[in-house]
Design a protein around this ligand. Structure first.
Ligand code: CA
Length: 222
């Protein structure tokens, strides 16, 4: 997705420039750094969504960098290596690299790998499915809800509740389950009732799809 941030750790300036150019042409935001120490510092400041990491770096090398980053972050890492030795590849992946590319590479291939790894790394909801229940339609990836083809504007909490209910495919969810879908497990369960009330109001003719199940919670009829 456009705007995702890529940290390019590469000591060969020319290669770093080519990668940055290709990635930026795809809408990614990039930062470049040529050594391990600098990369660690920049990592904290830039907070990248993905790291493109050259294995052979001056100072802290790519493997050590990965080890240190993995101690603090699950960020996807694609290892770039000129070494073809299988051992290094395996080591890199065991250490927590998500993919690797060997030099010489085509920039297009790197961009494709970046796209694929980022897609895999996105939270479940973002790459999730589309749900339909009668006239009610929810697209989790695009974060859109429609009722009878009319766009419905929901708050993030209302959206997550509706998404959880649709994903349950007709099963009733307890208020506690719905709170955890909101990421608010320690909040009063009546919060759910308040959100559901607002949700129904906004859903208009689709409101009746959200049923109250006495003694349990709520369900959306498939
Ligand atoms: Ca290098």
């Amino acid at each position: 997705m456009a705007g995702e941030r890529i940290l390019i750790v590469e000591d060969e300036t020319r290669i770093a420039e080519v990668l940055a150019r290709y990635l930026e042409a795809e809408g990614y935001v990039t930062e470049r750094v040529g050594d391990g120490e600098g990369a660690l510092a920049l990592f904290r400041r830039f907070e990248p969504d993905l790291v493109l990491l050259d294995l052979m770096l001056p100072g802290i090398d790519g493997l050590e960098f990965t080890r240190r980053i993995r101690a603090i972050s699950p960020v996807p890492i694609i290892m770039v290596t000129a070494k073809s030795a299988e051992l290094d590849r395996v080591l890199g992946l065991e250490l927590g690299a998500d993919d690797y590319v060997t030099k010489p590479f085509s920039p297009r291939e790197v961009v494709a790998r970046v796209r694929a790894v980022l897609r895999r790394a996105r939270p479940e909801a973002k790459r999730a499915e589309r749900y339909r229940a009668g006239p009610l339609f929810l697209d989790a990836g695009a974060v859109r809800v429609r009722c009878q083809e009319n766009e419905v504007a929901l708050t993030p909490s209302e959206f997550r509740l509706l998404e959880a209910l649709l994903a349950a495919e007709g099963r009733a969810l307890s208020r506690r389950e719905l709170l955890s879908a909101l990421g608010e497990a320690y909040v009063d369960e009546r919060t759910v009732d308040a959100h559901i009330k607002n949700l129904r109001k906004k859903l208009g003719p689709c409101a009746e799809r959200v049923e109250t199940v006495r003694g349990v919670g709520y369900r959306v009829a498939p």
